[in-house]
Design a protein around this ligand. Structure first.
Ligand code: TRP
Length: 339
């Protein structure tokens, strides 16, 4: 379904990605981009730093997060000579397009946006006024995101479920503008949610999330990863007691990373009472290290040579801008009657 299409992925430089993000979102996004590129399509991959400033005000933190994210994507196999890899804030046409889109963005649509509503709900729960701590950047978040998408005539936006609504908003805004001017000024994008990607539970069995403190870190040293893996919840049953692998968290996490054969081996060992928790944790550890070690080396290299990454991002922006310029021009001509 991605053959010859234009795929666009955006990522907000907040938080430090963990193994779950890497296996469940980052690597699949790079893969989809590759699929499109291999069949004559295009892949735009950018870091949404304007979106990040709504919540993060510390420039030192912002810079560090941007560095991490950029290096993680490169380490994960993104090829910046093929994918257009850039920083949102390097494309000044994006905020210009956003301004035009505002005129076609019903306020009611923003009221319904999840990101904003979640904050209002939080405020209500803690007895604060609805708008407490909400800035206009958060409120209008989906319009900027629509500009990100529409600027490049994007066909498909791969997203997690939480972002589906935002892509629909981009569709709606584009649809409203096209209807008003009786032609296809903007391409209406589709979202794509991959139902088959790995969902990696955290070490306590809940969803892996930094806010739960249950993550397996990504490109840390072996010792740190080992510590996380050995903290995975188990029980006190002895090794000899046959166990149902599906009830065992280490096995659940292993599923996201092991080959079918490896998985079979762990499953059999548990069912037959031949593998204890120490054994299976070591199996998982080996699989994780094996999975990330080449990428980790690349990651460490890019983190230490970030000037090279800066150059890649600058070149990416150069490639991206002409597309955004063309879209902006098309919009301005229509809106102001310059044709
Ligand atoms: N809102 C996305 C997120 O939080 C990031 C993002 C910004 C994005 N602009 C985008 C994603 C455009 C896809 C397309 O994850």
């Amino acid at each position: 379904m991605f053959e010859g299409k234009t795929i666009l992925t955006g990522v907000k430089p907040t938080g430090t990605p963990h193994l779950g993000n890497y296996l469940g979102a980052i690597r699949p996004a790079i893969q989809l981009g590759k699929q499109a590129l291999a069949t004559g399509g295009k892949h735009f991959m950018f870091i949404a730093d304007y979106h990040a400033i709504n919540a993060e005000k510390d420039p030192v933190v912002l810079r560090e997060k941007l560095r991490e994210i950029a290096c993680i994507y490169l380490a994960g196999g993104l090829d910046p000579t093929k994918s257009v890899f850039y920083r949102q804030s390097d494309i000044p046409e994006i905020p210009e397009i956003t301004t035009i889109l505002y005129a076609y963005t019903p306020k009611g649509l923003m009221n319904k946006s999840h990101a904003y509503k979640a904050q209002v709900d939080k405020n209500r729960e803690s007895g604060k006024p609805d708008d407490d701590g909400i800035n206009m950047g958060l409120y209008t978040y989906p319009t900027l995101m629509a500009a990100d998408i529409l600027a490049y005539d994007t066909d498909i936006v791969p997203v997690g479920k939480d972002q589906v609504q935002h892509v629909e908003i981009a569709r709606d805004i584009a649809g409203a503008i096209n209807a008003h001017y009786h032609r296809e000024l903007l391409k209406q994008p589709e979202y794509y949610v991959d139902e088959h990607v790995a969902v990696v539970p955290g070490v306590d069995g809940r969803k892996m999330s930094k806010s739960y403190g249950n993550v397996i870190p990504l490109f840390e040293d072996d010792k740190t990863i080992k510590k996380a893996i050995f903290s995975i919840k188990t029980d006190s049953r002895p090794m000899e007691e046959p166990k149902n692998p599906d009830e065992i968290l280490v096995y659940e996490i292993y599923k996201a990373i092991a080959t079918p054969q490896q998985l079979q081996e762990m499953g059999d060992g548990l069912r037959q009472g031949k593998l204890g928790y120490g054994h299976i944790k070591n199996m998982l550890l080996d699989a994780v290290i094996n999975e990330i070690k080449d990428a980790r080396e690349k990651y460490n290299y890019y983190m230490a040579h970030f000037n090279e990454v800066e150059d890649m991002l600058a070149q990416g922006a150069e490639k991206a801008r002409p597309y955004a310029k063309k879209t902006l021009e098309r919009l301005k001509n229509a809106v102001f009657g310059n044709e």
